[in-house]
Design a protein around this ligand. Sequence first.
Ligand code: SR1
Ligand code: MG
Length: 433
Amino acid sequence: MSLAPDVSDAESADGYHPLDIGTLPDYLTKISKCAAKLGGSASDWQVDEVGDGNLNLVFIVRGPDGSLVAKQALPYVRLVGESWPLPLKRAFFEHEALTTQIDCTPDLLPAVYHYDDAMALTVMEHLTPHIILRKGLIAGTIYPNLAEDISEFMAQTLFKTSDLYLSAKEKKRRNAVFCDNDELCKITEDLVFTDPYRIAELNRWTSPQLDDIAAGFREDAALKVAVQALKEIFMGRAEALIHGDLHSGSIMVTGTQTKVIDPEFAFYGPRGFDVGAVLGNLFLAYFSQPGHATDSNNRVDYGEWILTQVCAVWDGFGSKFLQLWETHGKGDSYVAELFSDPDGAVALAAHREAYIHKLFQDSLGFAGAKMIRRILGLAHVEDLEVIEDQDLRAACETKALLLGRALIVDRESYADIAAVVGYARQLQEGAEP
Ligand code: SR1
Ligand code: MG
């Protein structure tokens, strides 16, 4: 199937046209930095379209001297088709976010070689031999640096783009830029916080096994109130530049390296949405493990490793974020001069602990919402989708739904991440919660 859309006159007048494996080499020859990276000439370059995400074209180009990735936005949602238009300007926000995140923590992102606003195209480092983390979690691979790197990425980006670090003027300027990414925010507002809790055309779930629980969630007033409260936090709390889609498909890994990709959903929102995305997707991977078991590997130990990552991601993030605040808190909020006396210092330290605990509760709620949407909404996850036995898949999904609901409704009742992990383990082992 060709992904080339009927490009409207307005788009082509602005210089946009979707590239393909035939036209990309000619485009790249005119970008000297890219051409030099590849070496040789266009006829020597091998181009593959590898996009398996929901929205964009992604090409890998290999030349005699090196390789690169070209990512181009399509004017519609690839997963659904041209019936769902989507603005090309999301490429601008992705590039803005990527360069901001690179400023915060350069080692954890791909290098950017070229950006073309009219073509909605970014050319960047080809991460190789990295694979998508989600695929590694399905394969049962251990990543020793994962929690350290992801907690570092989140602490750095979610601290250094906030009022704790920036001047009020600079933070407001940056926030204003990203307010225009409203169409991508709307996708999240609908698909994460609303559609799974109502009859929506694009919803799907493992049926008939999950029919009753899906109907139960649509009638669950406590759940619907709690998830809409999270939606309001998502829409209204401009705490920091969040990645906005930090699931395990937006993280690439090797045995030693971690890189974060795809920040096109970025905007100034609540920090807990990113932290929750990581935790929620780790829990989805955890509950899918029985579906990946074989005669020689029941995947129990690997499931336990995932739970250690849940704890290490949260604990690592919390302590790194606090440390950054204590050592680099030069923004216009929490003016240091007000806390220079001993009482002030003690009060501020206590407040910081409470602040992190509130962020923990937000993160749990968002984790729950991200889990439920991947089982009852439009966009699902490979972790569960690859489980061929529908009854087994539904059993895995049911446990994930139960944890997701608890994280949303009871998010204020968990003392710490160990308590959450304990409940997840209880569900996995089939004990009465
Ligand atoms: C219509 S886009 C569906 C999902 O894909 C992206 O990765 C986001 O998670 C979005 O919600
Ligand atoms: Mg993506």
